[in-house]
Write a protein that binds this ligand. Structure first.
Ligand code: SF4
Ligand code: SF4
Length: 160
């Protein structure tokens, strides 16, 4: 028997073994995703970018401008939070900025908020081209803006 003939059967067995692995994998649940075309799946307990709880742009929010979230933030990720007195002589927020480039998603602001006005969003990937794209003015003149609703591309307008 020549060397070529002796190598035939081991080669065939190796090929069949490899095809067996491929065949079994075809019927397994897919664990990969087509990133960035598909969103990254996140756990239900995942803590993504913080925003004010609000239905939509210009809708109601529960922020009373107490500044507790800004004071407790360990990374200075709330660089702007201005307030004024309303007709009832109570504080109300005017401009509110969250910088996701500084945020470490610790959740302290959400915990500290006395009115439960804040929550984490379930967005798992915030890749952008410049850090400034991660700076969101979520309130402007006490009105909820579209930047309160971040998407996978940072601010509203990206692919969600
Ligand atoms: S989650 Fe943490 S780091 Fe981010 S804004 Fe809130 S307190 Fe600051
Ligand atoms: S979001 Fe909550 S903690 Fe922050 S200023 Fe508004 S009411 Fe206070």
């Amino acid at each position: 028997m020549s060397d070529r003939e002796r190598g035939f059967f081991p080669g065939l067995m190796s090929l069949l073994s490899g095809l067996g692995v491929t065949f079994r994998a075809i019927f397994r649940r897919r664990v990969t995703i087509q990133y960035p075309h598909e969103p990254v799946p996140v756990s239900p307990r995942y803590r993504g970018p913080v925003h004010l709880i609000a239905e939509s742009v210009a809708s109601e929010h529960k922020c009373i401008g107490c500044l507790a979230c800004q004071r407790i933030c360990p990374t200075g990720a709330i660089p702007v939070l201005t307030t004024r007195k309303n007709e009832q002589n109570k504080n109300e927020p005017v401009d509110f900025v969250i910088d996701d480039a500084l945020c470490c998603y610790c959740g302290l602001c959400v915990e500290a908020c006395p009115t439960a006005a804040l929550e984490h969003t379930p967005i798992g990937d915030m890749a952008v081209y410049t850090p400034s794209m991660l700076r969101r003015e979520i309130l402007h003149d006490n009105t909820v803006t579209n930047e309160n609703f971040p998407t996978r591309k940072g601010k509203t307008g990206g692919k969600s």
